[in-house]
Design a protein around this ligand. Structure first.
Ligand code: BTN
Length: 258
């Protein structure tokens, strides 16, 4: 069972998780914070569930997570300074926060995959989905949803990237409360860095992305593009060098090695 007390004592943030909503069951934690007319407005609100019934991933894929074994939650951002039309850097900051937590607490070697997957030995340990709502043409709330595979050891279904969990990687049961607090502490710190010096987030993210320089394919819907993963630009978009040596800027898509 999740112990709020063990988590709270390790939480060292100013705003993230200070308003904390714990639920045994919810359809999608992202949806709970995004739905029109909901009661959550406080910047940094964390909505957490022990069992997500309709978890969603990128590109409308489902996100499955076993009950009471993982960390499945969303963070609400309503303060203007975090609201952005382009969430790629936010995703980078969140992926780095997870990566730092997994490295510091369990000495795991983490790789980051564009745009926002966290992998260990080529397997996915965490997925991130950032969504927003708008009032008129202005974004008024941004939600970062994270699913971290912690103590789950069996995964059913088909996955584009094979899944893993912290427990599978370290062969030990993991204290979810400690990992959760560390992740939220890191996210708050990296959001501050993102505002003050976004180039640091880019540099740190690139250092952990092993695919730069590799031959890749990018799938977006029916379209597949091939080329070399040249770099990411200052907004976090992927720069793909095609066969004619032209640079294409990629905003979305699934990257695979060729
Ligand atoms: C992906 O890799 O496709 C992103 C997965 C994101 C899953 C998390 S779990 C918590 C939050 N609520 C959701 O419905 N989705 C995100």
């Amino acid at each position: 069972m999740f112990s709020f007390e063990s988590f709270d004592i390790k939480l060292d943030t100013e705003f993230i998780g200070r308003n904390f909503v714990f639920t045994e069951e919810a359809d999608s934690t992202n949806e709970m914070l995004l739905e029109r007319g909901n009661k959550y407005t406080i910047n940094g609100t964390v909505f957490y569930t022990e069992k997500q019934l309709k978890g969603r991933g990128r590109k409308n894929r489902p996100w499955y997570s076993a009950k009471e074994l993982n960390l499945t939650f969303s963070i609400l951002l309503t303060n203007k300074k975090y609201i952005t039309e382009n969430p790629v850097l936010l995703n980078f900051a969140a992926s780095l926060a997870i990566g730092n937590a997994l490295e510091n607490l369990y000495q795991l070697k983490v790789e980051l995959k564009w745009p926002n997957d966290v992998l260990i030995n080529g397997k996915k340990i965490c997925g991130i989905l950032t969504e927003s709502t708008s009032e008129g043409n202005k974004i008024d709330r941004l939600v970062i949803g994270l699913g971290i595979n912690v103590n789950q050891t069996m995964f059913q279904g088909s996955y584009s990237i094979p899944p893993t969990s912290v427990r599978l990687e370290i062969n030990e049961n993991v204290e979810r409360e400690k990992l959760f607090a560390e992740v939220l502490n890191n996210i708050e710190e990296l959001l501050r860095v993102m505002i003050e010096s976004p180039e640091i987030i880019l540099k740190d993210w690139k250092q952990r992305c092993n695919m730069i320089g590799d031959k890749i394919s990018i799938t977006e819907g029916e379209e597949v593009k091939y080329g070399i993963f040249e770099d990411v630009d200052e907004n976090g978009f992927l720069l793909l060098r095609d066969n004619n040596d032209r640079i294409n800027k990629i905003h979305y898509g699934d990257v695979s090695l060729r």
